[in-house]
Design a protein around this ligand. Structure first.
Ligand code: PLP
Length: 382
Protein backbone atom coordinates (compact mmCIF):
# COMPACT_ATOMS: atom_id res chain seq x y z
CA UNK A 1 0.00 0.00 0.00
CA UNK A 2 1.59 3.25 -1.10
CA UNK A 3 2.91 5.50 1.65
CA UNK A 4 1.89 8.59 -0.33
CA UNK A 5 -1.74 7.84 0.20
CA UNK A 6 -3.72 9.07 3.17
CA UNK A 7 -5.14 5.70 3.94
CA UNK A 8 -8.22 5.86 6.17
CA UNK A 9 -9.96 2.62 5.27
CA UNK A 10 -8.62 0.23 7.93
CA UNK A 11 -12.01 -1.43 8.38
CA UNK A 12 -11.73 -2.62 4.77
CA UNK A 13 -8.16 -3.79 5.31
CA UNK A 14 -5.16 -2.53 7.26
CA UNK A 15 -1.70 -2.01 5.79
CA UNK A 16 0.32 -5.15 6.53
CA UNK A 17 2.71 -4.68 9.44
CA UNK A 18 6.38 -4.98 8.46
CA UNK A 19 7.00 -7.56 11.20
CA UNK A 20 4.26 -9.74 9.66
CA UNK A 21 5.76 -9.34 6.17
CA UNK A 22 9.19 -10.43 7.46
CA UNK A 23 7.81 -13.46 9.30
CA UNK A 24 5.73 -14.47 6.29
CA UNK A 25 8.67 -14.16 3.91
CA UNK A 26 10.68 -16.44 6.17
CA UNK A 27 7.87 -19.02 6.39
CA UNK A 28 7.33 -18.88 2.63
CA UNK A 29 11.03 -19.42 2.05
CA UNK A 30 11.12 -22.34 4.49
CA UNK A 31 8.27 -24.14 2.67
CA UNK A 32 7.05 -27.54 3.87
CA UNK A 33 3.64 -29.12 4.23
CA UNK A 34 2.62 -29.30 7.90
CA UNK A 35 1.08 -32.74 7.30
CA UNK A 36 4.36 -34.25 6.03
CA UNK A 37 6.25 -36.40 8.50
CA UNK A 38 9.77 -35.44 7.37
CA UNK A 39 11.84 -32.61 8.78
CA UNK A 40 10.56 -29.88 6.46
CA UNK A 41 6.99 -30.87 7.28
CA UNK A 42 7.70 -30.94 10.99
CA UNK A 43 9.14 -27.41 10.83
CA UNK A 44 6.04 -26.15 9.02
CA UNK A 45 3.83 -27.91 11.61
CA UNK A 46 5.80 -26.27 14.39
CA UNK A 47 5.26 -22.84 12.77
CA UNK A 48 1.50 -23.43 12.54
CA UNK A 49 1.19 -24.71 16.11
CA UNK A 50 3.32 -21.89 17.45
CA UNK A 51 1.05 -19.37 15.68
CA UNK A 52 -2.02 -21.15 17.04
CA UNK A 53 -0.68 -20.88 20.60
CA UNK A 54 0.11 -17.19 20.25
CA UNK A 55 -3.30 -16.30 18.79
CA UNK A 56 -5.06 -18.43 21.43
CA UNK A 57 -3.14 -16.68 24.21
CA UNK A 58 -4.11 -13.27 22.81
CA UNK A 59 -7.83 -14.07 22.97
CA UNK A 60 -7.70 -16.29 26.07
CA UNK A 61 -8.66 -19.72 24.72
CA UNK A 62 -7.22 -23.20 24.53
CA UNK A 63 -5.06 -23.44 21.36
CA UNK A 64 -6.81 -26.72 20.47
CA UNK A 65 -9.97 -24.67 19.98
CA UNK A 66 -8.56 -22.43 17.23
CA UNK A 67 -9.55 -23.58 13.71
CA UNK A 68 -7.64 -21.76 10.98
CA UNK A 69 -9.66 -20.70 7.93
CA UNK A 70 -9.16 -18.61 4.79
CA UNK A 71 -10.52 -15.55 6.61
CA UNK A 72 -13.49 -14.10 8.41
CA UNK A 73 -15.96 -14.98 5.67
CA UNK A 74 -15.16 -18.68 5.78
CA UNK A 75 -15.22 -18.74 9.59
CA UNK A 76 -18.62 -17.00 9.64
CA UNK A 77 -19.98 -19.41 7.01
CA UNK A 78 -18.65 -22.39 8.97
CA UNK A 79 -20.37 -21.29 12.18
CA UNK A 80 -23.67 -20.16 10.68
CA UNK A 81 -24.13 -23.11 8.32
CA UNK A 82 -22.70 -25.64 10.75
CA UNK A 83 -25.78 -26.49 12.80
CA UNK A 84 -28.39 -28.10 10.57
CA UNK A 85 -31.82 -28.13 12.16
CA UNK A 86 -31.08 -25.06 14.27
CA UNK A 87 -33.16 -21.96 13.86
CA UNK A 88 -30.90 -19.01 13.03
CA UNK A 89 -31.34 -15.72 14.86
CA UNK A 90 -29.10 -12.89 13.69
CA UNK A 91 -28.89 -9.17 14.24
CA UNK A 92 -30.06 -6.88 11.43
CA UNK A 93 -26.58 -5.40 11.04
CA UNK A 94 -24.51 -8.55 10.50
CA UNK A 95 -21.89 -8.65 7.77
CA UNK A 96 -22.91 -10.33 4.50
CA UNK A 97 -20.81 -13.37 5.41
CA UNK A 98 -23.25 -14.06 8.27
CA UNK A 99 -26.40 -12.69 6.64
CA UNK A 100 -26.14 -14.57 3.33
CA UNK A 101 -25.52 -18.10 4.73
CA UNK A 102 -28.12 -17.52 7.46
CA UNK A 103 -30.81 -16.70 4.89
CA UNK A 104 -29.70 -19.53 2.60
CA UNK A 105 -29.61 -22.25 5.27
CA UNK A 106 -32.64 -21.05 7.20
CA UNK A 107 -35.09 -19.17 4.98
CA UNK A 108 -37.11 -18.50 8.15
CA UNK A 109 -34.15 -17.01 10.03
CA UNK A 110 -35.15 -14.33 12.53
CA UNK A 111 -33.58 -10.92 12.05
CA UNK A 112 -33.37 -9.02 15.33
CA UNK A 113 -33.70 -5.25 15.24
CA UNK A 114 -31.20 -2.63 16.39
CA UNK A 115 -32.04 0.76 17.90
CA UNK A 116 -31.45 4.16 16.27
CA UNK A 117 -27.80 4.10 17.40
CA UNK A 118 -27.28 0.68 15.84
CA UNK A 119 -27.21 -1.33 19.08
CA UNK A 120 -28.86 -4.76 19.21
CA UNK A 121 -32.28 -4.72 20.89
CA UNK A 122 -31.80 -7.29 23.65
CA UNK A 123 -35.49 -7.53 24.52
CA UNK A 124 -36.25 -8.26 20.84
CA UNK A 125 -33.62 -11.02 21.00
CA UNK A 126 -35.29 -12.42 24.09
CA UNK A 127 -38.71 -12.39 22.39
CA UNK A 128 -37.30 -14.04 19.28
CA UNK A 129 -35.78 -16.87 21.32
CA UNK A 130 -38.91 -17.30 23.42
CA UNK A 131 -40.85 -17.84 20.19
CA UNK A 132 -38.35 -20.40 18.83
CA UNK A 133 -39.49 -23.98 19.39
CA UNK A 134 -36.34 -25.67 18.05
CA UNK A 135 -32.65 -25.35 18.99
CA UNK A 136 -31.25 -22.03 17.87
CA UNK A 137 -27.96 -20.43 16.93
CA UNK A 138 -27.70 -16.68 17.53
CA UNK A 139 -25.13 -14.59 15.68
CA UNK A 140 -24.20 -11.13 16.94
CA UNK A 141 -21.13 -9.22 15.80
CA UNK A 142 -18.77 -7.60 18.29
CA UNK A 143 -18.56 -4.29 16.44
CA UNK A 144 -20.13 -3.11 13.23
CA UNK A 145 -17.85 -2.61 10.25
CA UNK A 146 -19.74 0.45 8.94
CA UNK A 147 -20.47 2.41 12.10
CA UNK A 148 -18.03 0.93 14.62
CA UNK A 149 -20.92 0.53 17.08
CA UNK A 150 -20.04 -2.08 19.73
CA UNK A 151 -22.66 -4.70 20.47
CA UNK A 152 -23.71 -6.11 23.87
CA UNK A 153 -22.38 -9.58 23.06
CA UNK A 154 -21.92 -10.83 26.63
CA UNK A 155 -25.52 -9.90 27.47
CA UNK A 156 -26.75 -11.51 24.23
CA UNK A 157 -24.80 -14.68 25.10
CA UNK A 158 -26.41 -14.83 28.54
CA UNK A 159 -29.87 -14.53 26.97
CA UNK A 160 -29.06 -17.12 24.29
CA UNK A 161 -27.79 -19.59 26.87
CA UNK A 162 -30.83 -19.07 29.06
CA UNK A 163 -32.91 -20.34 26.13
CA UNK A 164 -30.50 -23.20 25.41
CA UNK A 165 -29.27 -21.52 22.21
CA UNK A 166 -25.69 -21.26 20.96
CA UNK A 167 -24.09 -17.88 20.31
CA UNK A 168 -21.66 -17.02 17.53
CA UNK A 169 -19.83 -13.70 17.51
CA UNK A 170 -18.16 -12.16 14.47
CA UNK A 171 -15.30 -10.33 16.21
CA UNK A 172 -13.48 -9.43 12.97
CA UNK A 173 -13.72 -5.67 13.50
CA UNK A 174 -13.07 -5.80 17.23
CA UNK A 175 -9.78 -7.67 17.26
CA UNK A 176 -6.86 -5.27 17.61
CA UNK A 177 -9.13 -2.29 18.39
CA UNK A 178 -10.82 -3.33 21.63
CA UNK A 179 -9.99 -6.21 23.99
CA UNK A 180 -11.24 -9.55 22.72
CA UNK A 181 -11.33 -12.03 25.60
CA UNK A 182 -13.36 -14.98 24.46
CA UNK A 183 -14.14 -16.21 27.96
CA UNK A 184 -15.46 -12.76 28.91
CA UNK A 185 -17.55 -12.51 25.71
CA UNK A 186 -19.38 -15.70 26.66
CA UNK A 187 -19.76 -16.69 22.99
CA UNK A 188 -19.58 -20.34 21.91
CA UNK A 189 -17.91 -19.50 18.58
CA UNK A 190 -15.89 -16.44 17.62
CA UNK A 191 -14.69 -15.36 14.17
CA UNK A 192 -11.33 -13.64 13.71
CA UNK A 193 -9.61 -12.27 10.60
CA UNK A 194 -5.95 -11.36 10.09
CA UNK A 195 -6.11 -8.54 7.57
CA UNK A 196 -8.12 -6.07 9.61
CA UNK A 197 -5.28 -5.63 12.09
CA UNK A 198 -2.22 -5.66 9.85
CA UNK A 199 -1.90 -9.33 9.02
CA UNK A 200 -2.25 -10.87 5.56
CA UNK A 201 -5.40 -11.12 3.51
CA UNK A 202 -6.85 -14.62 3.37
CA UNK A 203 -6.23 -15.83 6.92
CA UNK A 204 -8.63 -16.10 9.82
CA UNK A 205 -9.97 -18.44 12.43
CA UNK A 206 -13.09 -19.77 14.00
CA UNK A 207 -12.53 -20.14 17.73
CA UNK A 208 -14.57 -22.85 19.42
CA UNK A 209 -14.87 -21.54 22.95
CA UNK A 210 -15.97 -24.85 24.43
CA UNK A 211 -14.43 -27.22 21.92
CA UNK A 212 -17.76 -28.21 20.31
CA UNK A 213 -17.42 -27.76 16.53
CA UNK A 214 -19.87 -26.95 13.75
CA UNK A 215 -20.31 -29.49 10.98
CA UNK A 216 -17.27 -29.11 8.71
CA UNK A 217 -17.76 -27.68 5.23
CA UNK A 218 -14.34 -28.43 3.73
CA UNK A 219 -13.77 -32.20 3.75
CA UNK A 220 -10.74 -34.16 2.67
CA UNK A 221 -7.38 -34.36 4.34
CA UNK A 222 -8.54 -34.11 7.95
CA UNK A 223 -6.48 -31.00 8.76
CA UNK A 224 -7.47 -28.81 11.69
CA UNK A 225 -8.59 -31.97 13.58
CA UNK A 226 -11.09 -32.73 10.84
CA UNK A 227 -12.85 -29.42 11.32
CA UNK A 228 -11.51 -27.73 8.18
CA UNK A 229 -9.70 -29.79 5.56
CA UNK A 230 -7.06 -28.28 3.28
CA UNK A 231 -3.32 -27.74 3.58
CA UNK A 232 -2.78 -24.88 6.00
CA UNK A 233 -1.57 -21.56 4.55
CA UNK A 234 1.54 -21.55 6.74
CA UNK A 235 2.97 -18.12 5.82
CA UNK A 236 -0.41 -16.43 6.26
CA UNK A 237 -1.01 -18.16 9.60
CA UNK A 238 2.43 -17.08 10.81
CA UNK A 239 1.76 -13.49 9.66
CA UNK A 240 -1.61 -13.59 11.42
CA UNK A 241 0.03 -14.47 14.76
CA UNK A 242 2.65 -11.74 14.42
CA UNK A 243 0.00 -9.15 13.55
CA UNK A 244 -2.15 -10.14 16.55
CA UNK A 245 0.85 -9.73 18.86
CA UNK A 246 1.91 -6.42 17.29
CA UNK A 247 -1.63 -5.10 17.60
CA UNK A 248 -1.65 -6.07 21.29
CA UNK A 249 1.72 -4.47 21.86
CA UNK A 250 0.40 -1.30 20.19
CA UNK A 251 -2.55 -1.19 22.60
CA UNK A 252 -1.19 1.95 24.22
CA UNK A 253 -1.65 3.77 20.89
CA UNK A 254 -5.40 3.17 20.86
CA UNK A 255 -6.25 6.32 22.91
CA UNK A 256 -4.21 8.33 20.38
CA UNK A 257 -6.24 6.85 17.53
CA UNK A 258 -9.44 7.60 19.42
CA UNK A 259 -8.27 11.19 19.98
CA UNK A 260 -7.56 11.60 16.23
CA UNK A 261 -11.00 10.23 15.38
CA UNK A 262 -12.67 12.52 17.92
CA UNK A 263 -10.72 15.51 16.59
CA UNK A 264 -11.87 14.67 13.06
CA UNK A 265 -15.51 14.56 14.14
CA UNK A 266 -15.28 17.76 16.16
CA UNK A 267 -13.78 19.67 13.24
CA UNK A 268 -16.25 18.33 10.67
CA UNK A 269 -19.26 19.08 12.88
CA UNK A 270 -17.96 22.59 13.57
CA UNK A 271 -17.33 23.30 9.88
CA UNK A 272 -20.50 21.92 8.37
CA UNK A 273 -23.99 22.60 9.69
CA UNK A 274 -26.07 19.52 9.00
CA UNK A 275 -23.12 17.14 9.09
CA UNK A 276 -23.63 14.26 11.44
CA UNK A 277 -21.88 11.28 12.94
CA UNK A 278 -23.87 8.08 12.79
CA UNK A 279 -23.93 5.90 15.91
CA UNK A 280 -22.32 8.63 18.01
CA UNK A 281 -24.73 7.98 20.88
CA UNK A 282 -23.47 4.42 21.38
CA UNK A 283 -20.16 2.91 22.47
CA UNK A 284 -18.01 2.70 19.32
CA UNK A 285 -14.69 1.33 18.15
CA UNK A 286 -12.01 3.96 18.77
CA UNK A 287 -11.00 4.08 15.10
CA UNK A 288 -14.27 4.38 13.16
CA UNK A 289 -16.38 7.33 12.08
CA UNK A 290 -19.46 7.17 9.88
CA UNK A 291 -19.85 10.74 8.62
CA UNK A 292 -22.76 12.28 6.75
CA UNK A 293 -22.22 15.16 4.31
CA UNK A 294 -25.84 16.14 3.70
CA UNK A 295 -26.97 16.23 0.10
CA UNK A 296 -23.78 14.79 -1.38
CA UNK A 297 -23.85 11.17 -2.55
CA UNK A 298 -21.31 8.99 -0.78
CA UNK A 299 -19.96 7.78 -4.14
CA UNK A 300 -19.22 11.42 -5.07
CA UNK A 301 -17.46 11.96 -1.74
CA UNK A 302 -15.38 8.80 -2.04
CA UNK A 303 -14.31 9.75 -5.58
CA UNK A 304 -13.51 13.37 -4.67
CA UNK A 305 -11.45 12.26 -1.68
CA UNK A 306 -9.72 9.63 -3.80
CA UNK A 307 -8.71 12.38 -6.25
CA UNK A 308 -7.23 14.23 -3.27
CA UNK A 309 -5.20 11.10 -2.41
CA UNK A 310 -7.40 10.03 0.50
CA UNK A 311 -8.82 6.52 0.77
CA UNK A 312 -12.12 6.11 2.63
CA UNK A 313 -15.18 4.10 1.73
CA UNK A 314 -18.90 4.36 1.47
CA UNK A 315 -20.30 2.23 4.27
CA UNK A 316 -21.15 -0.73 2.15
CA UNK A 317 -18.69 -1.19 -0.66
CA UNK A 318 -19.36 -4.61 -2.11
CA UNK A 319 -16.96 -6.76 -4.06
CA UNK A 320 -18.05 -5.27 -7.39
CA UNK A 321 -16.72 -1.92 -6.20
CA UNK A 322 -20.19 -0.44 -6.51
CA UNK A 323 -21.86 1.23 -3.58
CA UNK A 324 -24.88 -0.72 -2.45
CA UNK A 325 -27.62 0.54 -0.17
CA UNK A 326 -26.47 -0.05 3.38
CA UNK A 327 -28.62 -2.59 5.23
CA UNK A 328 -26.89 -1.44 8.43
CA UNK A 329 -27.95 2.19 8.12
CA UNK A 330 -31.42 1.14 6.94
CA UNK A 331 -31.75 -1.06 10.06
CA UNK A 332 -30.95 2.03 12.16
CA UNK A 333 -33.96 3.73 10.59
CA UNK A 334 -31.97 6.19 8.49
CA UNK A 335 -33.63 7.21 5.26
CA UNK A 336 -31.95 6.73 1.89
CA UNK A 337 -30.96 10.40 1.64
CA UNK A 338 -28.94 10.27 4.87
CA UNK A 339 -27.61 6.74 4.37
CA UNK A 340 -26.66 7.58 0.80
CA UNK A 341 -24.50 10.48 1.93
CA UNK A 342 -22.56 8.65 4.67
CA UNK A 343 -18.93 7.68 4.31
CA UNK A 344 -16.84 5.51 6.59
CA UNK A 345 -13.51 6.79 7.83
CA UNK A 346 -11.43 4.22 9.70
CA UNK A 347 -8.01 4.75 11.26
CA UNK A 348 -5.30 2.35 12.33
CA UNK A 349 -1.74 1.66 13.27
CA UNK A 350 -0.14 4.04 10.76
CA UNK A 351 -2.63 6.93 11.02
CA UNK A 352 -1.47 10.32 12.25
CA UNK A 353 -2.61 13.91 12.72
CA UNK A 354 -1.51 14.91 9.19
CA UNK A 355 -3.95 12.32 7.76
CA UNK A 356 -6.78 13.95 9.69
CA UNK A 357 -5.72 17.45 8.60
CA UNK A 358 -5.76 16.35 4.95
CA UNK A 359 -9.13 14.67 5.28
CA UNK A 360 -10.72 17.65 7.05
CA UNK A 361 -9.33 20.04 4.41
CA UNK A 362 -10.56 17.92 1.47
CA UNK A 363 -13.92 17.16 3.07
CA UNK A 364 -14.67 20.79 3.96
CA UNK A 365 -13.49 21.94 0.53
CA UNK A 366 -15.91 19.52 -1.15
CA UNK A 367 -18.66 20.59 1.23
CA UNK A 368 -18.09 24.27 0.39
CA UNK A 369 -17.99 23.50 -3.35
CA UNK A 370 -21.28 21.62 -3.28
CA UNK A 371 -22.94 24.40 -1.23
CA UNK A 372 -21.66 27.10 -3.61
CA UNK A 373 -23.21 25.24 -6.56
CA UNK A 374 -26.55 25.15 -4.83
CA UNK A 375 -26.66 28.74 -3.51
CA UNK A 376 -29.11 30.91 -5.47
CA UNK A 377 -27.24 33.32 -7.74
CA UNK A 378 -27.29 36.98 -6.68
CA UNK A 379 -29.70 38.92 -8.85
CA UNK A 380 -27.97 41.92 -10.40
CA UNK A 381 -29.55 45.25 -9.59
CA UNK A 382 -31.38 46.62 -12.59
N1 PLP B 1 -17.06 -9.69 9.28
C1 PLP B 1 -16.91 -8.37 9.30
C2 PLP B 1 -17.61 -7.57 10.35
C3 PLP B 1 -16.12 -7.73 8.34
O1 PLP B 1 -15.98 -6.41 8.36
C4 PLP B 1 -15.49 -8.52 7.35
C5 PLP B 1 -14.67 -7.88 6.30
O2 PLP B 1 -15.06 -6.96 5.66
C6 PLP B 1 -15.67 -9.91 7.39
C7 PLP B 1 -16.46 -10.45 8.37
C8 PLP B 1 -15.03 -10.80 6.37
O3 PLP B 1 -13.69 -11.06 6.70
P1 PLP B 1 -12.66 -11.51 5.55
O4 PLP B 1 -12.40 -10.32 4.71
O5 PLP B 1 -11.46 -11.97 6.32
O6 PLP B 1 -13.30 -12.63 4.80
Amino acid sequence: MTELLTYLDYNATAPVRPEAVAAMAEALGAGGNPSSVHGAGRLARRAVENARERIAAAVNVDPAHVVFTSGGTEANNLAVAGFPGHHLVISAIEHGSVMAPALMFDPHATIVAVDADGVLDLSALEHALAATPIPALVSVMLANNETGVIQPVAAAARIAHRFGALLHCDAVQGLGKIPVDIAALGADFVTLSAHKLGGPLGAGALVLANGAAPRPRALGGGQERGRRAGTENVPAIVGFAVAVERARADGAAIPTIAALRDDLERRILAAAPGARVIGAGAPRLPNTSCLVMPGVANETQVMALDLAGIAVSAGAACSSGKVARSHVLAAMGLDDAIAGSAIRVSLGWRSNAADIDRLVAAWTELYARTRAKRAPRAVANA
